[in-house]
Design a protein around this ligand. Sequence first.
Ligand code: NCD
Length: 361
Amino acid sequence: MVNSRFTNLIDLNDMSSEWWLNVVKRASDICDDPAKYAKVCDGKIMATLFYEPSTRTQMSFQTAMLRLGGTIIGFDNPATSSVAKGENLKDTTKIVSSYADIMVMRHPSEGAAKAAALTADCPIINAGDGSHLHPTQTLTDMLTLYREKGRLENLTIGLCGDLKNGRTVHSMCKALSSFKGIKFVFISTKELGMPQYIKDILMAKNCQFSENPSLEDAIGELDMLYMTRVQKERFASEEEYLALKDAYILDKKKLNKAKSDCIVLHPLPRVDEITMDVDDDPRAMFFKQAKYGMYVRMALIMTILENPNESRPLLTGSTYPSVACGNPNCITHKEGYLPKYFRGLGDMLECEYCDERRLGN
Ligand code: NCD
């Protein structure tokens, strides 16, 4: 077992659903009176280390901290930092975390935030690790549901697009399956389907889900439709991407088949998967959702900085020094010094960084 000395947010499921709800409710209070919170992080410094492109996540985190009265440091392009000289993840994050009170990190490899948390000297927030997880987007989505639907329970939620590579939908399924009466409808092609390990988690929690490759067929039963971009950067070749990129396009005509109170979310950026004629429909919530992202990150930063030293388990399984994770994009392959930790699941081993499963030896 390896513990962290800090209150990290690597995966929402490391925290209780009460903890998430407190963050969401607090964010809702902030939406109603942001000025009240203008000084709560006075004197605090947040570092944002973005190894991958970002507009909303990075800027909403930065404005969140600035609106709380704190300041920010960081990079949004590793090519302008010592990463370009070959510095490893451990050294960069160890040093930056000794300068800052809280660190937000996005990285193209699955498990990177957990890897950084092993040695960091302040709390780490995962702002997206490869195709794996994006917990603060899920907090944003929860706040949107809370404000716009008035509940996080008894909802039929359609997830449409690249469910294989989209980290936002993985985090959402893991978290929302904890609430009563949630039913997911996975709307994707076979190639872009939801990973089996997420379906296993839903089954273990008795959360209902179904699969329907047709958006037109599925849309009428939904309380929320979550559109996603086909994740170009996660494809092995341009051809594979081009073959799938326009698989699902929500336009006004399809939206006309939805319920009058079905809200449409998208983590953004959108490419072609929602036509612009949808933007003015009152059910289109994606721009508002992006703004909620700032408020929920204010609530999150405040919550963590009030109690930054909650020791928590980071690695709970066992080391298998000679076993390699089967996921080529797992951080353990890029950063070879990381201890290889797996959880035993019957005859399978599950990597503790990226959740990939392989047969045990
Ligand atoms: C998402 C991401 O980075 O995973 N964007 C975001 O954070 N708002 C979705 C995406 O890039 O498609």
